[in-house]
Write a protein that binds this ligand. Structure first.
Ligand code: ZN
Length: 225
């Protein structure tokens, strides 16, 4: 194996073409067909990989990620403090929690209530209906909307600032009108959330922030969700 200036995880799978994904921690995930050479793929995409990693590092430093031990929640930096008292208490800048599992439950509960309020508001405005709401720990997305209108939101959404959560809700509800990312879809989004381009950037940055945060990682990896 060659030495690269980044960490790699190589998986051989029954796929037709190789692919490369960069994790929020700048780790490079390479999937190649059985018998194929991962190094060839890495070498051929080297410039792209380096550019992507530089972009992730820039975003992370811009938002002050990597400051060990901070917990980003509701768009603010919190200081997690262990406490044997329940329930979890948020009194900025401190969040007192007895265990990661308890913290996770509190975050999921808050997100469900918070998203529910925003869905009510925007579905009325947009004239759309929706089905069930669930909160999941999806590996690659902030949210999704099924053909039947059931909505999924990533537990990480509670890290976002309120405005960006509004955008997420508008985005998923807009899929009730357009099940794609066509120009018509973005036009709908822009009617209810004009600053959507900025919000997309925020989503990207927060994905990295949560991905690099020790406590978010512990939370995302805990339990069965
Ligand atoms: Zn979408």
């Amino acid at each position: 194996m060659k030495q690269y200036p980044f960490e790699t995880t190589i998986t051989h799978k029954k796929v037709k073409n190789g692919r490369i994904r960069i994790g929020p921690d700048s780790r490079v995930y390479v999937t190649v067909p059985h018998g194929a050479d991962a190094e060839d793929l890495i070498d051929s995409r080297m410039n792209w990989i380096k550019k992507k990693i530089a972009e992730l590092d820039r975003l992370a430093s811009e938002y002050g990620a990597g400051e060990d031990g901070t917990f980003i929640y509701n768009g603010m930096m919190w200081h997690p403090v262990y406490s044997d008292k329940t329930p979890v208490s948020f009194s900025w800048p401190d969040v007192l929690y007895p265990s990661v599992e308890t913290l996770k439950k509190a975050v999921v509960k808050e997100l469900k209530a918070d998203i529910g309020k925003r869905l009510d508001h925007y579905s009325g405005k947009m004239g759309v209906e929706y089905g069930r709401i669930s909160v999941r720990n999806q590996k690659t997305r902030w949210g999704s909307c099924s053909g039947k209108g059931n909505l999924n939101f990533n537990i990480r959404a509670m890290a976002l600032a309120e405005n960006t959560r509004n955008y997420l809700v508008v985005h998923e509800l807009a899929h009730r009108l357009e099940m794609n990312h066509s120009p018509a879809f973005w036009k709908t989004v822009s009617m209810y959330y004009p600053g959507y381009r900025e919000a997309e950037k925020e989503l990207k940055a927060y994905w990295i922030l949560t991905g690099r945060s020790r406590i978010w990682n512990a939370l995302l990896n805990s339990g069965d969700r």
